[in-house]
Design a protein around this ligand. Structure first.
Ligand SMILES: NC(=O)c1ccc[n+]([C@@H]2O[C@H](COP(=O)([O-])OP(=O)(O)OC[C@H]3O[C@@H](n4cnc5c(N)ncnc54)[C@H](O)[C@@H]3O)[C@@H](O)[C@H]2O)c1
Ligand SMILES: CC(C)(O)[C@@H](O)C(=O)O
Ligand SMILES: [Mg+2]
Ligand SMILES: [Mg+2]
Length: 348
């Protein structure tokens, strides 16, 4: 394990150089990995594992669209694609990739197949950390491990196909066999992680829930909407407001941040822009900091977890989520976005 200095703080990471794909395959050579659930992470992780040469099967409800998607992706019913119970039975490693609410519903079934020595793998610290709310308490004689890709399963697969790797965190909650470290790292490499950084189940879920509600998704949409509306209210056209709020950020400036950091992106803009951005980032930080503090408290208290359990356990949760996504999609800002994307020369 390498120790890397992240901005002055030493942390342990596992890279592909020190834990090679060959070593990962060797660790997992006698294991049957069952990926349970074929939503967003399921396809990314199972297909990457398969292409990396691991012995992997998929468990999914038969009467579902995602069963058909699994077949379309090359999984073969009765050979590599099974009903959930059959996959659980065949598994030595259970990759529990149902939605977090689905994991609560199916837990009594999973428990039946957690024979001594098996490994139970999560991609989120949710079920274990909020056990009072989820009732997910594994027996003591199985390994309980986590690999949490820091991005969408769609990106995990796309980056794998491009020869890149999404970073993941890893954690061990329970090492019953003495093999938990080798198993978790081998699986992390197998699913296509670029490198793995160490965490705990609790730290993973607290940071993940904060991030997705914050700058990654909730906050960014909120800031986009506030700026877009301000520009529109002051007489700017939709195309101008969208370009100045979203399109320039995703197409021109964020790739520069990704490549070499914020100061480098700033340095590649005008001195006028630099002056203004350097003056205004602190007022924006100060305005949003109380919201982030409130958000973190809600996450740590378990209220965000409970809210997502309550809403996503309902039979019609998909229909309701889809209706809320439609509202976003049909807002003027994102309809303007559709028109703007069509005008990108590469889309013509
Ligand atoms: N979506 C991501 O890219 C992402 C990224 C990192 C971590 N995670 C974590 O990975 C795990 C899986 O997330 P996801 O977004 O891929 O899940 P998802 O919401 O896409 O659902 C996955 C599967 O769960 C099944 N399912 C839901 N309820 C069920 C039930 N009651 N019985 C049987 N099957 C049921 C669905 O059919 C689907 O195939 C979660 O713990 C999530 O927090 C997700
Ligand atoms: C992709 C995300 C937002 O990082 C993940 O945490 C999720 O829940 O889907
Ligand atoms: Mg998440
Ligand atoms: Mg996340």
């Amino acid at each position: 394990m390498a120790t890397i200095n992240f901005g002055g703080v030493e942390e342990k990471v596992v890279t592909r150089e020190e834990f090679s794909l060959e070593k990962a395959r060797e660790v997992m050579k006698d294991e049957t990995i069952a990926v349970i659930g074929y939503g967003v992470q399921g396809p990314g992780q199972s297909l990457n594992l398969k292409d990396n040469g691991f012995n992997v099967i998929v468990g999914q409800r038969k009467a579902s669209k995602t069963w058909d998607k699994a077949i379309a992706d090359g999984w073969v019913p009765g050979e590599t694609l099974f009903e959930i119970e059959e996959a659980l039975d065949r598994a030595t490693v259970i990759q529990y990739l149902l939605s977090d609410a689905g994991q609560i519903a199916v837990w009594p079934t999973v428990q039946k197949y957690l024979k001594p020595g098996k490994a139970l793998y999560f991609s989120h610290g949710f079920g274990i950390t909020y056990k009072e709310r989820t009732n997910i308490v594994p027996p003591k004689d199985v390994d309980v491990i986590l690999v949490a890709p820091k991005g969408s399963g769609t990106s995990l697969r796309r980056m794998f196909l491009e020869g890149r790797g999404l970073n993941s965190s890893y954690a061990i909650f329970q090492d019953a066999t003495g093999k938990a470290f080798d198993r978790v790292v081998a699986l992390g490499i197998g699913v296509g992680s670029g490198y793995l950084f160490e965490t705990t189940f609790k730290r993973e879920v607290y940071s993940d829930l904060t991030g997705e509600r914050g700058t990654l998704m909730g906050c960014i949409q909120g800031i986009f909407a506030a700026q877009y509306d301000t520009l529109r209210e002051n007489g700017h056209t939709p195309s101008e407001a969208f370009n100045e709020t979203v399109e320039e950020l995703t197409q021109s400036l964020m790739p520069l941040v990704a490549e070499n950091g914020m100061d480098w992106m700033y340095a590649n803009t005008s001195t006028t822009a630099q002056r203004g951005a350097l003056d205004w980032w602190k007022p924006f930080r100060d305005a949003t900091k109380p919201v982030f503090e409130k958000l973190y408290k809600e996450v740590a208290a378990g209220n965000e977890a409970q809210r997502s359990i309550d809403s996503n356990s309902q039979d019609d949760y998909r229909v309701k989520l889809d209706a809320e996504l439609k509202e976003l999609r049909e807002s003027e800002m994102w309809r303007a976005g559709t028109a703007v994307r069509k005008l990108r020369p590469e889309n013509n």
